[in-house]
Each structure stands twice: as structure tokens, then as C-alpha cells.
Design a protein around this ligand. Structure first.
Ligand SMILES: CC(=O)[C@@H](O)[C@H](O)C[C@H](N)C(=O)O
Ligand SMILES: O=CC(=O)COP(=O)(O)O
Length: 264
């Protein structure tokens, strides 16, 4: 690994653990709860312990100045829920543009098992090559999605994370399989640090228990969007997730340390 990649990975993590809050959903879903006041949400989650936030390039200027020293990742493809096919993520940004936008890393979404997988494989391989040239890390968001694919199936998730490693990514994000035991297979499928997506927002207890399960299985952290930015108090739920990711607390302690009720 080059010195540049290693130095930039340190800017988006703490001691090899990652608490990333992606807020690229504005392309996918529009200005949903938490994204209208993007500046305040970025300030809240980074005050709460996020190592990095992640957005599309166009809102970079709404992020900078509000990150409290945390890192910044620029996402380089996208699609919408109202377009012809949400799995058909198209390129939105080059590695060079991401660097100009102030990125410490870039991220790319690939839907393994979808009709768009072949094109997305080519694009991810090109992006990791380009990123290597600039010394900037790549987070591959490797989902198992497509006709007949079960998005939480451990074999499919294991295949997706392995593909990301084979294509040269530095970190891989994927969905959670539902329990620590099955997620261990996913973690053993790659030598890359794995972070989990949160999916649609659940209760506070569900959120932190999912994170605890993933960490127990060998994950290196989270790239958790809606469960954090759609929360009434993004700073508090980030604190709770941070207590698990960074301080190894159990779910109950993490919630009370963050001032959240265990039943919520
Ligand atoms: C809206 C979703 O289902 C998410 O899983 C997205 O696909 C992930 C991503 N952050 C995006 O909005 O593109
Ligand atoms: O970029 C999106 C993610 O990494 C995951 O988002 P989610 O809202 O936690 O599924």
C-alpha cells in the first residue's frame, strides 16, 4: 500500500476502526429527513464521533467547515429510486474531481448479481487503478442485488466483498446478513476491512445490536446512513454507534452512554 493511501485511510478511521456516515442518498431518494439541513447533520454526526462523512461532489462545499476535523469521502456513482432501474448506478464523478472537492477517499457502489454488474466491474477496476495513481483509497460499496438475489444471504455477500478485494478496493462495505454467526463467513471471505450498511432506519436498539453483531463477527465498523442521519438526534445515535465501534461497548451500555433509552 502506498504512503498516500495509508495516510488517507488514517484520516477516515480511528485505530483501524471505521465509523462512516454516508449522505449520498440525496441522489437516490431526494432531500429526505436529515439531508435538507446537511450542514447541521454533518456537524452533529462528526461531533458524535464519526470518522468520516460521505457525499456526492456537488454538496462538498456544504460539508467542509462542518466536519470538526473528521474525514471526507466523495461517492462517484448514483441512481434514483424513481428512475428505470435503481441498480443501474452511473458514474457521477472522476477520481480527480473528487480530489478537487477535498476528498480523503472515493467510494463506488457495485450491485453484484444485477444486470449492470459487468459494466460496474469494469468501472470499479478503472477507478481503483486511477485512485492508486493518485494515492487515494477506494471504498467499494459491494451489495448483493439483482434478479433472484437475496441481499442478506451470506454466500452472496461473501462473493460481493471478495470481488471488491480482487478489483483492488481498500475497504469494502456490504449489507448485514442478520446475525454474527452468518456474518463471520462474509468477514472471512476477504482480507479487506469490512464495514456494514445500516439499511432503512430501525429502532435505536436494533441499530446498535446490528453494529455489535457485525463487530463480533470481525467487521471493522460501519458505513451507516439512514439509521443515523434520519434520527431525531443524529449526534446521540452516532455516539451510541461509536461506543460500539470504537470502544467495544455492548449495545445496552452504548445506548445509555449516549443518553438514549434502551427501549427506544
Ligand atoms: C437507498 C438504498 O437502498 C441504499 O442502500 C442505497 O442503495 C445506498 C446508497 N447509499 C445510495 O443511496 O446510493
Ligand atoms: O452509501 C450508503 C451506505 O453506505 C449505506 O446507507 P444506509 O442508509 O445505512 O443503508
Amino acid at each position: 500500500m502506498s504512503a498516500g493511501i495509508s495516510a488517507r485511510l488514517d484520516r477516515i478511521s480511528t485505530g483501524g476502526r471505521y465509523l462512516i456516515v454516508p449522505m449520498d442518498h440525496g441522489i437516490t431518494m431526494g432531500a429526505v429527513t436529515g439531508l435538507k439541513q446537511l450542514e447541521a447533520t454533518v456537524d452533529g454526526v462528526t461531533s458524535g464521533g464519526a470518522d468520516a462523512v460521505l457525499t456526492q461532489k456537488g454538496v462538498a462545499d456544504r460539508v467542509h467547515g462542518n466536519t470538526n476535523g473528521s474525514g471526507y469521502i466523495v461517492h462517484v456513482n448514483g441512481s434514483t429510486t424513481i428512475g428505470p432501474d435503481e441498480n443501474d448506478k452511473r458514474l457521477t464523478c472522476t477520481v480527480e474531481e473528487a480530489i478537487r472537492a477535498g476528498a480523503d477517499a472515493v467510494s463506488f457502489h457495485i450491485n453484484v448479481g444485477s444486470n449492470y454488474e459487468p459494466k460496474q466491474i469494469e468501472e470499479l477496476a478503472e477507478i481503483t487503478g486511477e485512485a492508486e495513481r493518485f494515492g487515494i483509497p477506494v471504498l467499494a460499496m459491494a451489495y448483493a442485488r439483482g434478479p433472484g438475489i437475496q441481499g442478506d444471504e451470506p454466500e452472496a455477500l461473501g462473493h460481493a466483498v471478495r470481488l471488491a478485494e480482487e478489483l483492488g478496493a481498500d475497504i469494502v462495505k456490504t449489507g448485514y446478513s442478520g446475525d454474527a454467526e452468518s456474518f463471520q463467513h462474509v468477514c472471512e471471505s476477504t482480507s479487506l476491512p469490512i464495514v456494514i450498511a445500516g439499511g432503512s432506519k430501525g429502532t435505536d436498539a436494533e441499530t446498535v445490536e446490528m453494529v455489535r453483531g457485525a463487530m463480533d463477527a470481525g467487521a471493522a465498523g460501519v458505513s451507516m446512513g439512514r439509521s443515523i442521519f434520519q434520527h431525531d438526534t443524529p449526534e446521540a445515535i452516532t455516539r451510541a454507534v461509536s461506543a460500539v465501534v470504537h470502544d467495544d461497548h455492548d449495545a445496552e451500555d452504548a445506548l445509555s452512554a449516549a443518553g438514549l433509552t434502551v427501549e427506544a
